[in-house]
Design a protein around this ligand. Structure first.
Ligand SMILES: *[C@@H]1O[C@H](CO)[C@@H](O)[C@H](O)[C@H]1NC(C)=O
Ligand SMILES: [Cu+2]
Length: 161
């Protein structure tokens, strides 16, 4: 029946929605290295939950750490930093994020990046699937929305008929 098809279509569209997060190659063509102003790079960009940061660099020459606060970032204190384990970072939560290279004095030479991640808290039909724990809940929400839309569509077609 058409309604079932519509519901299925809406469901598929909503589940696919998180794929529309933007990818940012940090430093653009320059990548992740020395002598790039990452403050300037980040300026004017809006980072949202679900977007991805892609760090491109020569393994062995550089690395990537996430710092835990603004003071550590300012002072390039790597003690409170943890290796990210991946060079593709999915921005899973809103708020400030700090990244730096942990190789010798690279951080104090400016190889560091601070960004602010904005949450899309508007009543979006598809909350980004950021971690597996949230998946069950998100699926539930998606289904709920699908049924709301389906019910609305049915109601509308009833009026037209
Ligand atoms: C990097 O860019 C920012 C913003 O444009 C600027 O304020 C800062 O002075 C620059 N830093 C360096 C080391 O050039
Ligand atoms: Cu480095």
């Amino acid at each position: 029946m058409a309604l079932t098809a519509l519901t299925a279509l809406l469901f598929v569209a909503m589940m696919a929605a998180p794929a529309f997060g933007s990818d940012y190659v940090v430093g653009d063509e320059a990548g992740w290295k020395l002598n790039v102003n990452y403050t300037a790079w980040a300026q004017g960009k809006e980072f949202h939950v679900g977007d991805r940061l892609i760090f491109k660099y020569t393994q062995g020459s550089h690395n990537l750490h996430r710092l835990s606060n603004a003071a550590d970032f300012q002072e390039c204190r790597m003690s409170g930093a943890s290796p990210t384990g991946s060079d593709v970072i999915t921005l899973a939560t809103p708020g400030k994020k700090w990244y730096a290279c942990g190789v010798s004095e690279h951080c104090s030479k400016g190889m560091k990046l601070a960004i602010n991640v904005i949450s899309d808290s508007a009543p979006s039909p598809a909350p980004p699937l950021v971690d597996s724990a949230a998946n069950g809940y998100s699926t539930l929400i998606s289904w709920a929305w699908a049924w709301v839309f389906a019910a609305f569509a049915l109601h509308k077609s009833t009026i037209i008929a």
